[in-house]
Design a protein around this ligand. Structure first.
Ligand code: NAP
Length: 456
């Protein structure tokens, strides 16, 4: 198998190469993880919590070097990389503090004056298959609840972030977690099915594309293992005629451009009531112009480049197909240089049904604008996608916004805000955006045995 290469997408420099984890080392990792589970599950919550607090400290102590690592490995601007590390520390502390109350046994009083209890027990080794776009956050939001519940973790990270994968394992070790409580394997996606065949692996959490999700869910299903899928999205951002337009437009640009558009919950389709369409588009373009490109390590850069040249080429292809079908380019639209991950922020309007910008996920800095006659039409268009991750509605009338939210086919609706993940809020999608929930109490209940004990 070819080595895992860490490449700076900004300049193509090969930073490091790593040999894949060989079959013997994979077997050893499984054996050690299984052994570790036996003791880790028995450790009191207070001790697990102490370790997660230490892990949060280490993340904060090493924030600068970890942030730089993210920036050079995926091209994320340094200010966003720092924020990502902070958020990881936050989720560690959140579950360190909340896991005990989230997993308190539930008492059920039965009609015949009998009682039952539901207790929450860990399952064992849980595999995390994770993407490169938030190479720390995606892993920590999986690891913190999973381990606090008493499971142990194995990570198969995206092939282009081997340095982040190894740094995460090191952080767990340095914080004092038992060896093998959280291990990174450098393996290809094609090896995941074999891991799911192994009886020691009890479940899998995947964040990634629909294609990877379907493949991993099939392997989990074949082996009757629990799976959780966090997949793609084509989130609508609905602007109604009574919205605060300047705020909506500046937030819209942030919602599309965060992580240079490479976020599952980025707003991708902007659906605007015709009464305010022109005004909103003007403001949106003005806000977009304020962003400054630059090196990922430049303190003042608002964006740098995509995470890999092939992703830029694929996105450009989607833009070209959409334009060929009749869309108009308001700004951007230039072809990226061959082999380059740099991409010009692009805004499209008049997007025809059946084009990629209408029905596919555009995972990068391309905004698709749609004009609609009414809120009803906005909801219908918002739902006209196979995805259902997040959605945002902008209106001065909060109760109307909340009512409209009930008609949106998505895992979350944010009114007068961009869609964001927060440790206290359940996170996940419906339709082809996946199933299951991360974060909040729901997140920690995904990989536990909810055991009923009847007291006769
Ligand atoms: P990806 O290509 O699906 O990769 C995600 C992970 O799955 C990587 O570790 C990848 O490994 C692995 N993988 C790929 N094919 C696989 C297979 N057949 N079997 C097992 N594992 C496989 O996705 P990506 O390009 O890294 O990430 C972008 C996608 O993730 C977007 O669609 C985005 O919306 C989605 N995403 C969703 C969320 C969410 O919370 N819903 C969050 C972030 C991203 P290799 O790198 O080795 O191929």
């Amino acid at each position: 198998m070819s080595p895992f290469r860490s490449i700076n997408p900004w300049n193509g420099e090969v930073l490091q190469e790593f040999s894949p984890t060989n079959p013997k080392a994979i077997e050893q990792a499984l054996t050690l993880a299984e052994q570790c589970f036996g003791t880790w599950r028995e450790l009191p919550f207070a001790e697990k919590s102490r370790l997660f607090h230490l892990l949060a400290l280490r993340l904060r102590d090493q924030k600068e070097e970890l942030a730089q690592l993210i920036s050079v490995e995926v091209g994320k601007v340094i200010t966003e990389s720092r924020a990502e590390i902070e958020k990881c520390a936050w989720v560690c502390e959140f579950y360190a503090e909340k896991a005990t109350s989230f997993l308190v046994p539930e008492e059920i009083l039965l009609p015949d004056s009998k009682r039952a209890q539901v207790i929450f027990q860990p399952l064992g080794i849980i595999l995390g298959v994770m993407p490169w776009n938030f190479p720390f956050w995606q892993v920590f939001r999986f690891a913190a609840p999973t381990l606090m519940a008493g499971n142990v973790g194995l990570l198969k990270h995206a092939s282009n972030v081997p340095q982040c994968a190894l740094a995460i394992q090191r952080l767990f070790e340095e914080a004092g977690f038992p060896p093998a409580c959280f291990q990174s394997l450098l393996i290809a996606g094609s090896h995941v099915a074999a891991l799911l065949e192994d009886p020691r692996v009890k479940g899998v959490s995947l964040t990634g594309s629909e294609k990877a999700g379907a493949s991993v869910a099939a392997a989990a299903g074949k082996n009757l293992k629990k799976s959780l899928l966090e997949l793609g999205g084509s989130d609508p951002f609905i602007v109604l005629a009574d919205a605060d337009l300047p705020l909506a437009a500046s937030t819209a640009v942030k919602a599309r451009m965060l992580n240079f558009g490479q976020s599952c919950i980025a707003a991708k389709r902007f659906i605007i009531e015709e009464a305010v369409y022109d005004a909103f588009v003007d403001l949106f373009l003005q806000e977009l112009k304020k962003l400054k490109p630059g090196n990922p390590l430049d303190e003042h850069a608002s964006y740098a480049c995509m995470a890999r040249p092939d992703l830029a080429a694929e996105l450009y292809q989607q833009v070209c197909e959409t334009v060929a079908l009749g869309a108009r380019v308001l700004t951007g639209g230039m072809a990226p240089e061959t082999g380059s991950a740099r991409f010009e922020p692009t805004v499209l309007e008049n997007i025809p049904k059946g084009s990629p910008a209408y029905s596919e996920e555009l995972f990068g800095p391309v905004a698709s604008l749609f004009k609609v006659a009414s809120a009803k039409e906005a909801i219908a268009l918002a739902n006209a996608t196979e995805y259902g991750l997040g959605a945002s509605i902008w209106t001065a009338d909060l109760s109307r916004g909340a009512e409209l939210a009930t008609y949106l086919e998505s895992g979350a609706v944010f009114i007068n805000s961009l869609v964001a993940s927060h440790p206290m809020l359940p996170f996940g999608g419906i339709k082809k955006s996946g199933y299951g929930r991360e974060l909040s109490r729901q997140g920690i209940l995904e990989f536990v045995n909810q055991k009923t004990i009847y007291l006769g």
